[in-house]
Write a protein of this length. Structure first.
Length: 337
């Protein structure tokens, strides 16, 4: 990747500046990630369980809000379409922590909280102990579906790029999905598997997209195949699901992108082998890569920029830090010396 980019006289600074003009719509569930840091006191005197003392807690934007915050430094205007619960304190937290150039559009989902994913962390070495999720997984009501559909009909054509990050928590109905796939100028999709939706959620719901991002475990689960190599699985998946570009991430083993037009697969390494916290790394990768490919950036450079962004993300707790376009230029300049 490095040699190809260096030898092609690519002006990466101009490439990054050109992203500013993109108008981006992000559709998917808004999430708050709450981390409660603890210290171990020992075994309970009465029951066979570990007892912890809570020390402090922190909250971070997650889900589509994290994607929006990642993109906000690269683009002048970003819009989010999502649902929230009725808790005013959580809505206030989200609005307060979003950059000013991010427009938050939402419906209130009845009988459901705003999605809060709480993780208990052992403070000394940042080991995750367990998680407690506050989620209402039922689909949004027909009334709210109609409201969101009308909003899309009025506005979707205004956006150069639509990013769908479907966490499977009840926002994107069949009708909304069909409209998004048919009417987006450029559609980038991540349909994440997680503890709450495994067995019910599938990337096959999105059979027509421009860019599809999936991690290796999700790919193997989708294909019901743990033996074949990734290149074979990628080719097989694109026979089932039409997409212009398929990206598979494999943590410390890096990532791959398949251009289905010429069947060419490009490999990109990971740029860190020390991960403090992997939460949010995929969202960072998705957000930056979507911008780059929409702008027809050279694929090697697109993958490099996205991987550098993800590498910075895993050095921090959750989505506590976001890579700015200025920082990205510095990272690239240093890497390409």
């Amino acid at each position: 990747t490095k040699s190809k980019i260096s030898s092609s006289n690519i002006s990466f600074e101009k490439n990054i500046e050109d992203l500013k003009e993109l108008k981006v719509l992000i559709i998917g569930e808004a999430i708050i990630d709450k981390y409660i840091f603890c210290e171990a006191l020992g075994k309970s005197g009465k029951e066979p369980m570990l007892v912890m003392r809570d020390l402090e807690s922190q909250k971070f934007l997650g889900g589509t809000l994290a994607i929006a915050k990642n993109i906000s430094s690269f683009c002048k205007k970003v819009s989010v379409l999502t649902y929230l619960g009725s808790e005013k304190s959580e809505i206030k937290f989200m609005k307060k922590n979003l950059p000013k150039n991010v427009e938050l559009n939402y419906v209130i989902k009845e009988n459901s909280p705003s999605i809060l994913k709480t993780r208990y962390i052992e403070q000394i070495n940042s080991t995750k102990l367990f998680g407690v999720y506050s989620i209402g997984d039922d689909l949004i009501s027909k009334q709210k579906e109609k409201h969101l559909l009308n909003k899309l009909k009025k506005n979707i054509k205004k956006f150069d790029l639509v990013i769908v990050s479907d966490y499977g928590h009840g926002l994107i109905t069949d009708k909304l999905r069909a409209y998004i796939m048919k009417n987006s100028k450029f559609l980038s999709v991540n349909a994440q598997l997680n503890a709450a939706n495994i067995g019910y959620h599938t990337i096959a719901k999105y059979k027509n997209s421009d860019l599809l991002i999936i991690n290796e475990n999700e790919l193997r689960h989708e294909m019901r195949d743990k033996e074949n190599n990734l290149d074979t699985l990628m080719m097989n998946l694109t026979k089932k699901i039409k997409t212009r570009f398929l990206v598979v991430t494999s943590g410390k083993d890096g990532s791959k992108i398949l251009n289905t037009k010429n069947k060419n697969i490009i490999n990109c390494p990971a740029f860190t082998h020390v991960a403090k916290d992997k939460v949010g790394a995929g969202d960072t990768f998705l957000s930056i890569l979507s911008l780059c490919i929409k702008k027809n950036m050279v694929l090697e450079l697109s993958m490099l920029i996205s991987s550098l962004g993800a590498a910075e993300n895993v050095k921090n707790i959750a989505n506590s830090k976001y890579v700015s376009n200025i920082e990205m230029k510095k990272f690239l300049k240093s890497y390409l010396k």
